[in-house]
Design a binder for this molecule. Structure first.
Ligand code: 5GP
Length: 191
């Protein structure tokens, strides 16, 4: 099985537009011996994203090959024909060397990681005030078209139902407050 000692795993999930990536970036900037697990995905790269830093952008064919060769800890077809997955090579060596690894993955992926690593993993669910608020945030960041926004809003409703499986629900009504609370909880878990 996998190495289940040394570094810890912090898994951050929540709807698109909940402020997840901002919280993850904030935690990465603190002195927590924390590194990001770069996922593989098959969606198109956005303008501000870098291959190998934000994601490993793969074709569907290459992604499926990696499924066959058992290279993922977990993977999901998060949106229709858009696959996302956590590569073993991104995580196992890092925790073995004593780094703590932080993930930005969906709720199903988070539950899969918990199943593998149990108490070595801490699941944080980021909750935006309301679906209306998520909709406003998605519209204002302009990285998705209206069809993609509707898909993401439908997914947000599903994700909300899964939040009781998480170790900590972080309410993001106020970003500065949310960053502070995230740091307190993650520090507590790591230390
Ligand atoms: P986005 O397209 O906005 O970058 O991500 C869409 C969704 O896929 C987000 O909820 C994000 O957390 C999730 N995601 C990103 N990487 C992974 C992964 O490796 N596995 C799973 N299960 N979900 C992921």
């Amino acid at each position: 099985m996998y190495c289940k000692k040394k570094g810890k795993l912090i898994v951050v999930s929540g709807p698109s537009g909940s402020g997840k990536s901002t919280i993850v970036k904030h935690l990465l900037s603190q002195n927590l011996n924390l590194v990001f697990s770069v996922s593989a995905c098959t969606r198109l790269k956005r303008k501000n994203e870098q291959d190998g830093k934000d994601y490993f952008f793969l074709s569907v064919e290459d992604f499926k090959k990696k499924i066959e060769t058992d290279e993922f800890l977990e993977w999901e077809e998060v949106y229709n024909n858009n696959f996302y997955g956590t590569l073993k090579s991104e995580v196992l060596g890092k925790i073995e060397r004593g780094y703590n690894v932080i993930f930005d993955i969906d709720v199903i992926g988070a539950k899969s990681i918990k199943k593998i690593f149990n108490s070595q993993a801490f699941l944080v669910y980021i909750q935006a005030p309301s679906i209306g608020d998520i909709s406003d945030r998605l519209n204002s960041r302009s990285t998705e078209d209206s069809k993609q926004i509707s898909t993401r809003l439908a997914k947000a409703k599903f994700e909300e139902k899964e939040k009781s499986s998480f170790d900590y629900i972080l309410i993001n009504n106020d970003l500065e407050e949310a960053k502070k609370n995230a740091l307190i909880k993650v520090k507590e878990f790591i230390c």
